[in-house]
Design a protein around this ligand. Structure first.
Ligand SMILES: [Zn+2]
Length: 594
């Protein structure tokens, strides 16, 4: 087509648009409907969040009961048949509605699909099964040699024990919850697929990936692409690690790494192998208050507003004092309670590097919330551009807060600190990035896609799980794991955040991509050693992404911000110096496990 003709068509398009009334009758009807739907949604988010907040900051049966009631009220609204039918009806007039409207209607229907009250019996059965599964999961008592052992004790032993026989027994004990959870999970698979089908999704995995505007096959393919690109680096890390561990445990070097040699119960991160990167003692003289204030200062230095005053009065930031009868959840989180200015965080900040990075991460969620809380973003779209963006932003700031020049600028490390750059990179790769990708994009994503989208028969669940662990992670169980076990069910997310884990892997890819752009193009510093502190240009860049919320397609948001599509290029380049070092270390060793 000639450029002339294109121009003519473009002009025609503009003039036809101009002859239509500014808003169609359908658009007006949608506007009225969405005004009501957004107001109801926002009100129920607030009531529900307040109740859930009480339940996690003061664990008591009566708070659990109130949270369950509030959860049901929110679900009854979100899944209301009148809302579903009107949204569906409006979506039959797509061409007469603007993009912001379409995005709200899609979001509303995805929310509804979690509990569509067009089929109340099915929804009730699911709620009951979810509650039962959660109580089996949370109440499970692990035993070692017949004696009760807590999850913290299990993790502690795997962090420190050098006795392989003991490690095997501890690892096996950690898998005991699987059989107790299997029947519930089989039932939940069918109920979750059932509710997803109610609103026209093929299965529950398809419903979850719809949040990305993708199909199950497209999502699995995306992750296979990541793994293909990262594999050469992973094989080098795997080889280095198995030699290191064989030396530690005085064993011959295995082909695949035995699962009980690794600290993490699922081999999802390989930490504790690089002593030179441990800077915990640098935080000994810092108070937890200093840690959180420093994290806030990271954002205000970039040009963001201080946290709302209510953050400091309503959050629950520190560990309980000894003897306090209150029980609180110890998992860090950040809450947008009313989808307006009530932002809170739940943490138990102590003086160490982990809480320093975690505080920066959690406030990232808070600043994301603050950025899209503006009249242009309707309540239904006050969320990340896709389900990975919130986590990716938190992870990005966590990565920024672990950069040596930043730590020096905050006085954590002395100005003349000579960092062992390779040790820091190696630790980062092992404990945050590479094994995590082969677990998240690999085992978790593939197994759940098989279970939900391909209806994998339960008598093949454990075999399929270990096939992925062996083939993709290069890890093997210490002894045979038959179908009398259900090892995937020992992972919390498999039970309570199903068909979602690929989001964490995408967040990992995303953080390196954003970081690479910031370091090279805005800071003009090397991505492996840079400092975001007080750079207003970085603040403008981040704000531009965050203030959109979910009002635009995430692919467009990413491309406009970085000029790139989602890709592992930046992650590979970040670890390029490490790759060169590993190739030298591994010279003469057999790479891989085939
Ligand atoms: Zn997070």
């Amino acid at each position: 087509m000639s450029r002339h003709l294109l121009l003519l068509l473009a002009l025609l398009a503009v003039s036809t648009e101009a002859t239509f009334p500014a808003t169609s009758a359908i658009q007006e009807r949608a506007d009225r409907f969405l005004a009501l739907a957004n107001a109801g949604y926002k009100g129920l988010v607030k009531v529900n969040s307040e109740a859930q907040w009480m339940a996690v900051t003061d664990v008591k049966p009566e708070h659990d009961a109130a949270a369950a009631t509030a959860g049901k009220a929110a679900a009854a609204f979100n899944g209301n048949p009148a809302l579903i039918n009107e949204a569906k009806e409006l979506l039959t007039h797509k061409s007469e509605l603007n993009e912001l409207t379409l995005r709200q209607l899609d979001q509303l229907l995805r929310n509804a699909a979690e509990g569509p009250m067009t089929n109340p019996e099915l929804v009730a059965a699911r709620v009951e099964a979810e509650t039962k599964q959660a109580s089996t999961l949370n109440g499970f008592e692990f035993k070692l040699d017949g004696k009760p052992i807590t999850v913290n004790e299990i993790d502690n032993k795997l962090d420190h024990s050098t006795d392989l026989e003991e490690r095997r027994r501890v690892w096996e004990a950690s898998k005991e919850s699987g059989p107790a959870l299997k029947d519930g999970l089989v039932k939940l698979r069918d109920l979750r697929n059932g509710v997803a089908k109610e609103l026209g999704h093929k299965d529950y995995f398809a419903l979850q990936v719809a949040g990305y505007g993708m199909s199950t096959d497209e999502m699995v393919k995306l992750h296979d692409g990541f793994l293909q690109e990262l594999r050469p680096l992973y094989l080098q890390l795997h080889t280095w690690t198995k030699h290191k561990l064989a030396e530690k445990f005085k064993q011959p070097v295995p082909k695949r790494i035995p699962a009980h040699w690794i600290n993490n119960r699922w081999s999802q991160e390989w930490s504790g192998l690089v002593e030179a990167a441990n800077i915990d003692d640098r935080f000994k003289d810092r108070t937890p208050e200093w840690i959180i204030k420093t994290a806030e200062q990271f954002y205000t230095g970039l040009g963001f507003k201080p946290l709302p005053a209510s953050f400091w009065t309503k959050s629950d930031l520190y560990p309980l004092k000894p003897g306090d009868p209150r029980k609180k959840n110890t998992h860090a989180s950040c809450w947008h309670v009313d989808l307006e200015t009530d932002i809170r965080s739940l943490m138990s900040v102590e003086s160490n590097s982990r809480w320093f990075y975690t505080s920066h991460h959690e406030l990232g969620h808070g600043y994301y919330d603050m950025s899209y809380t503006r009249p242009e973003v309707p309540a239904l779209l006050r969320t990340g551009a896709n389900p990975s963006f919130h986590e990716g932003m938190g992870e990005l700031i966590s990565l920024a807060s672990s950069q040596v020049p930043y730590l020096q600028s905050r006085g954590v490390l002395p100005p003349g600190f000579k960092a062992d750059a390779t040790a820091f990179l190696l630790n980062d790769a092992l404990s945050q990035s590479l094994p995590f990708m082969f677990w998240g994009s690999g085992t978790m994503t593939h197994w759940e896609a098989d279970v939900y989208a391909k209806n994998l028969p339960p008598e093949q669940w454990n075999a399929r799980w270990w096939q992925y662990v062996r083939d993709l992670q290069g890890v093997e169980p210490p002894t045979a794991r038959g179908e009398e076990f259900c090892d995937p069910a020992t992972k919390t997310h498999i039970n309570d955040t199903p068909a979602y884990y690929y989001s964490y892997a995408i967040a990992t890819v995303l953080k390196f991509q954003l970081h690479d752009h910031i370091a090279r193009n805005l800071l003009k510093q090397p991505p492996q050693a840079c400092n975001y502190a007080d750079n207003k240009e970085v603040g403008v860049f981040l704000k531009k992404i965050m203030e959109k919320g979910a009002t635009e397609d995430w692919r467009k948001v990413l491309k406009e911000a970085t000029g790139e599509d989602l890709s592992t290029r930046a992650m590979m380049e970040y670890f390029k110096p490490l790759m060169a070092w590993l190739e030298k270390e591994n010279k003469g060793r057999q790479i891989g496990w085939d």
